[in-house]
Design a protein around this ligand. Structure first.
Ligand code: 4AD
Length: 461
């Protein structure tokens, strides 16, 4: 049979699923008549009725089609996950003893299919297996369909909330947002991970960090931040490295190293509070990471040299990448860092890294010139989520640092000029948004914290 719009159908209010202000029918009290569009998320045909869980990006809605004309149409018999449709009906309270999202259900009186979805071999459920992990390459190939799932979509909603929390936090702290360029001709974090791009008759890179640009506007804008993409041609496949990631960076003027550490702690905690103060976002955190605990302040502060001792003091000792005990000057590799963070199991400010293993622009610690005023923030389950430092203030010192690293000073004239025209004690940091999310939402890898992750070997979909 085909369905025609019944003449008796009451006037319906067009709404989204997320609308919580609707009157729910119960007993003799009628509910609001609504018209709602969405896609079939789950389908349960039963003898007396067909149950649909409808999604529209704003929530889940249980819809009930009583067995009869409504369920006997060709459309109804070929309903499938993904089918988009208009549903008309009455919003009602879920009967006693049953449960549904928000305690309500739509008693459907009429529907119009907008776009059918295949229910046979090509069905979404066949292409996207819930048995597989979302970071499995086969699932990443189907990312556009995986994103329709509850888990992936909750994470993307949380991502939006976290990004908003950063914006809100910086606003509260009177820090101005700027938007530095993505196409640049300078490196920040070493030549090994630069992506080159042809740029008319010149060559350019995709930015690794906006830090140098942020520094240039301190004199006129005061403290600044940006949330931009950074690009790294990482040649290793790890759980936490992407080729393209969202970088939250801030730069603060007239501060000392302690101010910088205090600020990072403050921002981290305010962002978490801002996320959790929104009931919807708090629900997403609960859903994705039921054991999430707000970190306890003050964060642990540990010097690099102490970390080396700590690694060697473990039983058995946590070894370096060559399988030997760590010595001062070693990079603490991802595996060792992760073990340390997981054992300590709380946020750690790891500070004072040796000059040799850190970037050219970092300020040396006046009380120990072997080390820099630098910090990595380490989180359990993920490891480093923030890298920051105080910046070198002297003109000559900076020129010497370029020279030492083989950086062509002429390309950096605009950065060097900051030391020429009224230098200042300043510092800043960069936070990987995907790593922050991986920590907050307890993800195995940063790949699932991206809409469409980019890493070596993957640039699709
Ligand atoms: O430690 P990094 O390289 O520091 C900088 O880029 C500084 N210039 C930032 C600044 O001071 N304004 O990177 C900062 C953070 C890391 O702690 C990590 O969270 C993230 O950026 N990050 C990556 N995230 C995903 N994939 C990658 N390949 C990343 N590289 C860095």
């Amino acid at each position: 049979i085909t369905l025609t719009k019944p003449a008796w159908l009451p006037e319906a209010k067009k709404t989204r699923i997320g609308n919580k202000d609707l009157r729910l029918g119960e007993g003799d009290t009628p509910g609001d008549r609504v018209k709602v569009a969405g896609r079939i998320h789950r389908l349960r045909p039963q003898k007396h009725a067909t149950f649909i869980t409808l999604i529209d990006g704003y929530g889940h809605l249980q819809c009930v089609l009583q067995a009869g004309d409504l369920t006997k149409t060709y459309d109804a018999m070929t309903f499938a996950q993904g089918t988009s449709l208009w549903l008309y009906g009455e919003m009602c309270k879920v009967p006693e003893g049953q449960s549904a999202p928000d305690g309500r259900e739509l008693h459907v009186e009429y529907y119009e299919v907008i776009g059918a979805s295949p229910s046979e071999e090509d069905a979404i459920t066949n292409r996207v297996s819930s048995q597989q992990n979302q970071w499995d390459p086969a699932m990443l190939d189907q990312r556009h369909l995986v994103l329709r799932g509850d888990n992936a979509s909750a994470l993307m909603k949380l991502r939006a909330a976290v990004e908003w929390a950063f914006v809100k936090t910086y606003k509260e702290m009177n820090i101005t947002k700027v938007s530095p360029p993505a196409l640049v001709q300078t490196q920040v974090e070493g030549g090994a991970t630069l992506f080159s791009v042809p740029y008319y008759d010149e060559s350019a890179y995709l930015t690794q960090s906006s830090q140098l640009y942020l520094e240039t506007v301190l004199p006129s804008l005061g403290d600044v931040y940006c949330i931009e993409k950074s690009f790294r041609a990482e040649h290793s496949l790890t759980r936490r490295h992407l080729s393209e990631y969202t970088h939250v960076e801030a730069e603060l003027d007239f501060i000392d190293f302690t101010d910088l550490l205090d600020h990072i702690e403050e921002v981290t905690c305010r962002v978490i509070d801002n996320v959790l103060s929104d009931p919807e976002s708090a629900a997403h955190v609960k859903e994705l990471n039921p054991d999430f605990q707000k970190p306890v302040r003050p964060f642990m502060r540990m010097k690099y040299a102490e970390a080396i001792d700590w690694l060697n003091a473990q039983d058995p000792p946590i070894l370096n990448e060559e399988g030997k005990p760590h010595v001062f000057g070693d990079d603490i590799a991802e595996a060792a860092e992760r073990k340390m963070t997981d054992i300590i199991n709380k946020p750690i400010f790891l500070t004072h890294f040796p000059v040799e293993i850190k970037a050219f622009y970092m300020k040396k610690d006046p009380s120990d010139l072997r080390v820099t005023e630098s910090v990595d923030v380490l989180m359990p389950g993920v490891g480093e989520i923030v890298g920051g430092s105080m910046r070198m203030e002297g003109y000559e010192e900076l020129l010497a640092a370029y020279e030492k690293q083989g950086i062509p000073a002429k390309d950096y004239y605009w950065y060097t000029d900051q030391r020429k025209y009224g230098t200042s004690p300043h510092g800043g940091y960069g936070l990987g948004l995907e790593r922050f999310l991986a920590w907050m939402a307890n993800q195995h890898t940063v790949r699932t914290a991206c809409l469409y992750p980019r890493y070596m070997g993957r640039c699709k979909p």
